[in-house]
Design a protein around this ligand. Structure first.
Ligand code: NAD
Length: 359
C-alpha cells in the first residue's frame, strides 16, 4: 500500500502549500508578536513524532506554513493518514515508523517534537504497554536521535503528570498526586519518566530540550470515538442522542483550542526556556456546563444522562499559565464559543443524525 514506508524517509507525496478552508486550513499564521526569539531560524528541518495524530497533524501544517521542511513520523497506532492526506508539499514527508524501535533519519534535523503516544484515556487504557513503551523507550530513542543530530528537542508532556491534583490551579512547581498502579498510571508515569529522561539528557549531554505540559486541547481532527468529553458530547448531540456526563458533572476541566496550543508550542520551542511549562487555557468550567454548551451550539434535542465516575478521574484541572504569559508573551485567544463552533462544524458532516437512513 502506498503509505507503508517502513523506517525510512521516503518521499510521500508532494505538496504545494494550499490553504484549505474549514478544518484543513493551513495555518500560515502570523509571526508571534513580541520579542524576536533568540533560537528561531527562518527555515530548518523538523521531525514531528506522532505527526499523523490530532496535535501532530496541526503542528505539521503550522511548520510547513512557516517554511520548514517537515518529517512526520507515525506508526498510525491511534493516528490516521486522513489527518495529513490533504497536505501537499515537496517539503513534507510521511514516515511510517514506530519510535520505540530502531530510529534513524537521514540528513540533518534542527528540531524534534516528540508527540507520539496514545493520549486519550480510552486509548491508553486499551494500549497500556504501548503507552509505557512510547513514553519511556520511545522518548529515550528520540532524545538519542536529537543528540546525534544536535537538534532542539520538545517533549509533549501533559497535565496528567499532576494526577488528581491537591493544588489548584496547577503551577509547574507542583509535583502531582498520581496513583502509579491506577488505570491512568500507565500514561501519567510514562510522561513523568519522559520528563525525567529529557532533563537527564539536558544535564548530561547539554541537549537543548523543552518540556510542554499540555492541558486538554480540542478542535478539528479529534477522533469521535476516542472517549474524550468534547468529541463524545458533540457526537451524541449531533445525533440527538442522550449526552453522557460522568459523576454529577461538577468535575472541572479547562479546554484550549488547537490553534492557540500550536502557537504556544512554537513559542516555547523557539525560546530559551527549558520548561516544564504549562500550556493550556485557564478558563475552567464543569463538564456539565460543557455538555449544556455543546447541546445548545449544536441545536440539538439531546438530554443529559449521568453515569458513574471512572476510577481516578481528576476532580479539578486548570493550568496556572503565568509562566507562559511572562516568558513567551503567550495566552489563548480563541474563546470557547468560537472554538466549539469550529469543532462542531468540523464534525457535523461526519456524523449522520440517528435514525436517518442511507439513501
Ligand atoms: P493522538 O492519539 O491523536 O496522536 C498521537 C500519535 O502518536 C498518533 O498518530 C499515533 O499513531 C502516534 N503514535 C503512538 N505511538 C507511537 C509510536 N510508538 N511510534 C510512532 N507513533 C506513535 O493524540 P494527541 O491528542 O494528538 O496527542 C499527541 C501528544 O500530545 C501525546 O504525546 C499526548 O500525550 C500529548 N498531549 C495531548 C493532549 C490533548 O489534549 N490532546 C493533552 C496533553 C498531552
Amino acid at each position: 500500500m502506498l503509505f507503508v514506508l517502513y523506517g525510512q524517509v521516503s518521499p510521500f507525496w508532494a505538496i504545494r502549500a494550499r490553504p484549505v478552508r474549514g478544518d484543513g486550513a493551513l495555518r500560515m499564521s502570523t509571526r508571534p508578536r513580541g520579542r524576536r526569539r533568540p533560537t528561531e531560524r527562518r527555515s530548518g528541518r523538523v521531525l514531528i513524532t506522532g505527526g499523523a495524530g490530532f496535535l501532530g497533524s496541526h503542528l505539521c501544517e503550522y511548520f510547513l506554513g512557516r517554511g520548514y521542511e517537515v518529517l512526520c513520523a507515525d506508526n498510525l497506532l491511534t493516528g490516521a493518514i486522513d489527518n495529513i492526506a490533504h497536505v501537499r508539499s515537496p517539503r513534507f514527508r510521511f514516515i511510517n515508523l514506530d519510535v520505540t524501535g530502531y530510529l534513524d533519519i537521514d540528513g540533518p534535523l534542527d528540531y524534534i517534537l516528540h508527540f507520539a503516544s496514545p493520549a486519550s484515556p480510552k486509548d491508553y487504557l486499551d494500549l497500556p504497554i504501548q503507552t509505557l513503551k512510547v513514553g519511556s523507550i520511545g522518548t529515550h530513542r528520540t532524545l538519542g536521535l536529537a543528540r546525534a543530530k544536535g537538534a532542539t528537542f520538545l517533549l509533549a508532556s501533559t497535565s496528567e503528570v499532576y494526577g488528581d491534583p491537591l493544588e489548584h490551579p496547577q503551577k509547574e512547581t507542583y509535583w502531582g498526586n498520581v496513583n502509579p498502579v491506577g488505570p491512568r498510571g500507565v500514561y501519567d508515569e510514562a510522561k513523568r519518566f519522559a520528563e525525567a529522561m529529557t532533563v537527564a539528557y539536558r544535564k548530561t549531554h547539554g541537549l537543548d530540550t523543552k518540556i510542554a505540559r499540555i492541558f486538554n486541547t480540542y478542535g478539528p481532527r479529534m477522533r469521535l470515538n476516542d472517549g474524550r468529553a468534547i468529541p463524545a458530547f458533540i457526537s451524541q448531540a449531533l445525533q440527538n442522542r442522550p449526552v453522557t456526563v460522568f459523576g454529577d458533572g461538577q468535575q472541572t476541566r479547562s479546554f484550549c483550542y488547537i490553534d492557540d496550543l500550536v502557537e504556544g508550542l512554537y513559542r516555547l520551542l523557539m525560546s530559551r526556556h527549558h520548561g516544564p511549562m504549562n500550556l493550556g487555557n485557564p478558563h475552567e468550567l464543569t463538564l456539565l456546563d460543557m455538555a449544556r454548551k455543546i447541546i445548545a451550539l449544536s441545536g440539538s434535542r439531546s438530554r443529559i444522562v449521568f453515569r458513574p465516575l471512572p476510577v481516578d478521574d481528576p476532580k479539578v484541572r486548570r493550568p496556572d499559565t503565568t509562566l507562559a504569559r511572562n516568558v513567551l508573551g503567550w495566552e489563548p485567544r480563541v474563546s470557547l464559543s468560537v472554538g466549539l463552533r469550529r469543532t462542531v462544524a468540523y464534525f457535523r458532516p461526519r456524523i449522520r443524525p440517528a435514525g436517518r437512513r442511507r439513501a
